[in-house]
Design a binder for this molecule. Structure first.
Ligand code: IMP
Ligand code: MG
Length: 206
């Protein structure tokens, strides 16, 4: 794996699966409880899958002048990579929903902290999320956007933890189904840290 210079101490471990399962440490370490991290999805796997998703999105929305809605903050890296693989007309808008606070366990509450700037009335909307866990956020967003009279709404999520769904989340485009573990990287954070990792890693508290 190629690492940018301030990532140090990446130690390859005996491999469980192809090219995954490497331990990772940042230096200096962020001010978080004791933990270690294992790479779950490598940079190259992400790149390939994002390209596939872009192809699927193009097939369905390529002639529909959609609005792509980036759900902040977690989806910003994924959206940046996804949209650069799209070569049809679309616009981008942002909203921010929060459900977690600083905890790794969902509070079950969703609120809209930042709303879209443009109207989605009669427009095709693609909501892009980093991860669907309990499904509460996506369900809330879909209902909230549905009420504004869009032509259609579809949901694209890089990651999906099916084990935790309390709401049947309507994910139309899903990058990877992952186990029910807390993950960081590629936009996803733990107390604000690790969004910059170019891969997805599992966090193990020690
Ligand atoms: P849901 O409402 O339970 O589906 O949770 C969705 C939101 O929780 C995501 O958009 C993330 O911001 C956050 N989240 C859920 N699982 C994780 C994780 O493993 N790492 C980081 N954030 C997560
Ligand atoms: Mg999120």
């Amino acid at each position: 794996m190629d690492l940018i210079p301030f990532y140090v101490d990446l130690i390859p471990f005996p491999k469980k699966s192809m090219d995954a399962d490497m331990k990772y440490k940042m230096n200096p370490e962020p001010p978080l409880p004791p933990h270690y991290m294992e790479v779950l999805i490598e940079e190259e796997e992400l790149r390939i899958r994002v390209q596939d998703l872009a192809r699927e999105v193009t097939e369905n929305l390529g002639e529909r002048d959609p609005i792509i809605v980036c759900v902040l903050k977690g989806a910003f890296v994924f959206v940046a990579d996804l949209v650069r693989k799209l070569d049809f007309p679309f616009s981008i808008d942002f909203l921010r929903a929060s459900s977690y606070g600083n905890s790794v366990v969902t509070s079950g509450e969703v609120k809209l902290d930042l709303d879209l700037q443009q109207s989605i009335s009669n427009r095709h909307v693609l909501v892009v999320e980093d991860i669907v866990d309990t499904g509460l956020t996506v369900q809330y967003l879909k209902a909230s956007l549905d009420a504004r009279g869009p032509a259609s709404i579809s949901i694209c999520s890089l990651l999906h933890k099916p084990a935790n769904n309390v709401k049947l989340a309507p994910v139309d485009y899903c990058g990877f189904e992952i186990p029910n573990d807390f993950v960081v990287g590629y936009g996803l954070d733990w107390q604000g840290y690790y969004r910059n990792l170019p891969f997805i890693a599992q966090v193990h508290q020690t």
